[in-house]
Design a protein around this ligand. Structure first.
Ligand code: GLU
Length: 508
């Protein structure tokens, strides 16, 4: 039950797959909401029909679900402030745009795209490449501020195409306090008259975003740094409507491992790591072609490891603790420990988190995961023992299978390096003797095997390095691996002795 007025939203546009930067935005919103006993909402911002990608919304929801950070209000979830998809709210925005025109905060503009292109071209030829529709240029353009009132009326009645633009005040400082960046001040002379309502009858992102944040009673807007330039316009829109603005927190960028620029899909492909939470196949809005991409889930990452890693990209707890469960993150998270500076993504650190989580997962849980990925004939108990043996040396579930294949099948070959370094003339005799000691054991568990092994070494006055590698070689075919006593116990006496016989026959 949420009992505070904290209401935050993740507001993705379904224009493609959710990049890990987007997941981090969702995560920080989730953590902030839960920490403050508030509500985490998802709103789909699909006002830009041209960039709409079928399946993207489903992809986003599935990603959040995998990450374990599901909102409590949103499409398919419910809530008192729906619908939560903007295309289902389309009729709602126009009256707000008209209200702004009415109050002289916005105006109708009738310039056609061709006319504006011509003006832009002309400005470019005169050495002004960044022409804008703004508080100066609007006075010479075709809008309700320059045209006579009756002509505006006639045009509107005749159904002429129009957009509604923000009437940006001239030379005013817009200031707001960003939770992460402190005071931000921008002069309106640097802002253009943004379109709020388009000629197709739909609102732009800016209008729909502000209206919905207001109607959904959003208390804090936590979003990526790329939206910082839009924030002054948003503040002005709140003022124009006479509404209280939410508090803003603009998150730092996710940077490439070398710190040079924003992390992109291309960097992931080049350096061999995923930049998306889950794999998928979606239309590229630019080319129209289907594009597939790889996710952390399919690359074998545990969701909690991914989340833990992501939480640290831009935030730190102020202590040396690095491993945090989702609940611990909720407990520890605060926006004032989010940094302004871009966060460098570190693929090695990501693997390290995964390793820690794999190691910390119970043998029984790992056994279930292994079973879901591989066809295994062994009992659950045996698979759990297998995981117990292999997890220390693995990063991913599949590593356990690759490295531990000798626990499931007899060795097909014997590690050449170990053979040439360790297998001497007297090795066969030594191993035959050790084999008979094993044969004589009445209890074949790891401690009994280890005790027998130690007395064998003592008797022979041999060091561990002279005997253990030979034993390992015969039983597993490998030069390295987990405890040989545990391996022998796992295989059982009969299998262990059989393998030793096979090895002795092959290596002589
Ligand atoms: N729809 C915007 C996006 O795709 C949301 C920006 C915001 O959170 O205000 O990121």
């Amino acid at each position: 039950m949420s009992s505070s007025d904290v209401r935050v939203r993740f507001a993705p546009s379904p224009t493609g797959p959710l990049h890990m930067g987007g997941v981090r935005t969702a995560l920080y919103n989730y953590l902030f909401a839960k920490h403050n006993n508030g509500t985490f909402i998802i709103r789909i911002e699909d006002t830009d029909q041209e960039r709409f990608v079928p399946g993207a919304q489903e992809y986003i929801m599935e990603s959040l679900e995998w990450c374990g950070i599901m909102p409590t209000e949103g499409p398919g979830i419910g809530g008192d402030y729906g619908p939560y998809v903007q295309s289902e709210r389309m009729d709602l925005y126009k009256p707000y745009a008209l209200q702004l025109v009415e109050n002289d905060k916005a105006y109708y503009a009738f310039d056609t795209p061709e006319e504006l292109d011509a003006v832009r071209e002309q400005a470019k030829n005169m050495g002004m490449p960044n022409w804008q529709y703004n508080s100066i240029t609007r006075s010479s353009l075709k809008n309700s501020l320059t045209l006579p009132a009756d002509e505006v009326k006639r045009r509107l009645e005749a159904g002429d195409k129009f957009v509604i633009r923000m009437k940006m005040p001239r030379n005013e400082d817009v200031r707001f306090e960003d939770i992460i960046r402190g005071w931000v001040v921008v002069n309106t002379n640097n802002l253009d008259d943004k379109v709020l309502f388009k000629s197709d009858g739909l609102p732009t992102y800016h209008l729909a975003n502000i209206v919905d944040d207001h109607l959904m009673k959003i208390s804090h807007v936590i979003r990526g740094e790329e939206w910082l330039p839009s924030a002054p316009l948003h503040i002005l829109l709140y003022q124009a409507f006479g509404w209280d603005a939410p508090k803003f927190a603009h998150l730092p960028l996710l940077l490439r491992p070398d710190g040079n620029g924003k992390l992109s899909k291309r960097d992931g492909d080049r350096l061999g790591f995923p930049v998306f939470p889950i794999s998928g196949n979606l239309k590229d809005p630019k080319t129209g072609n289907m594009e597939s991409f790889t996710g952390y889930r399919e690359s074998g990452y545990l969701n909690n490891a991914f989340i833990n890693m992501l939480a640290f990209l831009g935030w730190n707890p102020g202590t040396t603790q690095e491993i945090f469960s989702l609940d611990q993150l909720v407990e520890a998270f605060s926006l004032d420990r989010v940094s302004k500076a871009g966060a460098k993504f570190d693929p090695d650190k990501t693997k390290w988190f995964q390793q820690q989580y794999l190691k910390a997962t119970s043998d029984e849980d790992l056994a279930q995961m292994l079973k879901s990925q591989f066809n295994l004939a062994e009992s659950d108990e045996k698979i759990a023992q297998f995981c117990h043996l292999m997890k220390e040396r693995a990063t991913f579930i599949k590593d356990m299978m690759e490295e531990g294949s000798y626990l499931l099948n007899k060795p097909a070959s014997y590690d050449e390096q170990t053979v040439s370094k360790k297998w001497k003339q007297d090795s066969a005799a030594l191993m035959t003797e050790w084999k008979s000691r094993l044969e004589a054991l009445s209890t074949f568990d790891a401690p009994s095997i280890e005790t027998a092994f130690k007395s064998f070494l003592e008797e022979k006055s041999l060091g561990i390095g002279a005997v253990l590698p030979l034993f390992r070689l015969l039983v597993t075919g490998a030069g390295m691996g987990p405890s040989m006593f545990e391996i022998a116990a796992y295989l059982g006496k009969e299998e262990c002795l059989n393998r030793m016989n096979d090895g002795l026959a092959k290596l002589g």
